[in-house]
Write a protein that binds this ligand. Structure first.
Ligand SMILES: [Zn+2]
Length: 353
């Protein structure tokens, strides 16, 4: 409240606002932690994953007990945040973020904050932000480098608080900056090069600062350039970025074609960053899985653990060991491979299509 440009009014605005945190891994835990401490009144945290021991190096809301208890990340974050600031309302959603649900998650949100680990879902978030006219605070980190950029998208009527009727004030969107996602295998991932905690923390805290500016209405303070930082070579750049919108060739923010949101781009098998694992989702969602039935079947193949959130089974397939984790909605994570085809094969054999 003592900060100029913030004040009691700014604090009240935070209390009345709602931030959607997409992903609750390295970036997302830092973001959620700081937003809750700052007094953002409502946080919606979406994450599909469980906590592993190697996550603790950088995922600041979790501890060894969470790993032992097999608590989903979003739920563990919610429990921790309740002890940090009991007045913040936290909604934990344990689910994959995909084209069929992201708009539902964004309902009522004032800002989308990126805690994601893959570009496909980032393009989906970008589509959603542009379509709904919501700010999207992009962030990413791998190895010793990180990047962040705040997207204040064009809206159809030019009626967003950051935009004038001629489109001035809106920033490039993610597809203005990178038209296509980098092909798999061509960009470094946490799998191949690791990541140091400080790279994540710096990027995430930059995102938090941007989010606080947005939520308190300090839009003139939003950073117009893209942060690029490498903690190993000691370089920090602020890159000027141009709007493809102005040349008329951004599919998303100029032509308002939302390929990822419409399910026309992207796949249903996603290799998980740093996990040697593949997640499978089914575009045509069916009913809930019968956990008892499936657990009984899987026990024939190896050790099975189950709770209300998941079933986990050790499985040998083609003489190779895999760990299969199933969720009530039919989503699966197959650990032991980074190939979608192998994961689909394991799923088809032990769960069925
Ligand atoms: Zn664009």
């Amino acid at each position: 409240m003592l900060l100029p440009g913030f004040g009691e009014e700014g604090q009240r605005k935070l209390l009345a606002s709602n931030a959607l945190v997409l992903g609750c891994g390295a970036l997302g835990t830092v973001v959620a932690n700081m937003l809750a401490r700052a007094g953002v009144g409502r946080l919606v945290i979406v994450d599909r994953d469980f906590i592993e021991i190697t996550n603790l190096q950088r995922q600041v809301l979790f501890d060894e007990q969470d790993v032992a208890d097999a608590i989903p990340k979003a739920e563990a974050a919610k429990r921790r945040l309740a002890r940090i600031n009991s007045q913040v309302k936290v909604t934990a959603i344990v689910d994959d973020i995909n084209h069929s649900n992201i708009e539902k998650f964004a309902t009522g949100a004032d800002v989308l904050v990126d805690g994601l680990d893959n570009f496909e879902t980032r393009y989906l978030a970008n589509d959603c932000a542009v379509k709904l006219g919501l700010p999207y605070v992009y962030g990413g980190a791998v190895g010793t480098v990180g990047a962040a950029f705040t997207i204040l998208p064009h809206t159809t009527g030019g009626d967003a608080p950051w935009e004038t009727s001629d489109g001035a004030g809106a920033t490039p969107c993610l597809r203005c900056l990178f038209d296509e996602a980098p092909p798999p295998g061509l960009s470094p991932t946490c799998d191949t090069v690791g990541v140091i905690g400080p790279a994540v923390s710096i990027v995430a805290n930059f995102q938090v600062a941007e989010t606080l500016k947005i939520l308190t209405g300090n839009l003139d303070r939003v950073c117009p350039t893209m942060l690029n930082i490498d903690l190993w070579t000691n370089t920090i750049y602020q890159l000027k970025v141009g709007r493809a919108y102005d040349d008329g060739d951004c599919l998303c923010c100029k032509h308002r074609k939302f390929e990822f949101l419409e399910g026309k781009a992207g796949s249903s098998a996603v290799t998980l960053c740093g996990r040697d694992a593949v997640q499978l989702t089914h575009r045509q969602g069916g009913g809930k899985l019968d956990f008892d039935d499936i657990a009984a079947r899987l026990r024939h193949h190896g050790a099975v653990t189950a709770n209300e959130f998941m079933i986990r089974a050790g499985i040998t397939h083609n003489d190779k060991p895999y760990e299969l984790t199933l969720f009530p909605d039919g989503r699966a994570i197959v650990k032991g491979t980074s190939e979608g085809s192998v994961a689909r094969s394991v799923y088809a054999k032990y769960v069925g299509t």
